[in-house]
Design a protein around this ligand. Structure first.
Ligand SMILES: [Zn+2]
Length: 95
C-alpha cells in the first residue's frame, strides 16, 4: 500500500523539469494588465492566478525562453520580463 504524505507542495521548473519543494524555485506570475500578458516575478503572497516556477539558475530561464515554456505554462501569448526575472534568480554560477 502506498500512502503519500504531502507536507510541502512539489513544484516543477518550466525550464529543466526538475521537481522539488517550492522554496527552491522562483515563482512567476502573469501580469494581465498589459496585452499580451507579461511574465513577472511573483512578489510576496499573490495567490490568485496561474503560477509557474523556475530554478534559481540562468540556464533554466534561457531554456524556458527557448522552449516557449512560458506560453505553455500560462496557456497564452506572453512577453517575458527577462531582466527582472534574471535579477531575481540570485544567480550562482553553477553549471
Ligand atoms: Zn530548472
Amino acid at each position: 500500500m502506498v500512502s503519500e504524505a504531502v507536507s510541502e507542495p512539489e513544484r516543477q521548473c518550466i525550464g529543466c523539469g526538475r521537481r522539488g519543494p517550492q522554496s527552491g524555485f522562483v515563482r512567476l506570475t502573469l501580469d494581465q494588465e498589459v496585452l499580451p500578458g507579461r511574465v513577472v516575478v511573483a512578489s510576496g503572497k499573490e495567490r490568485k492566478g496561474r503560477g509557474a516556477y523556475l530554478c534559481r539558475r540562468k540556464a533554466c530561464l534561457d531554456r524556458a525562453l527557448h522552449r516557449r515554456a512560458f506560453q505553455r505554462a500560462f496557456r497564452t501569448q506572453v512577453t517575458v520580463a527577462e531582466e527582472e526575472i534574471a535579477a531575481a534568480l540570485d544567480i550562482v554560477d553553477d553549471v
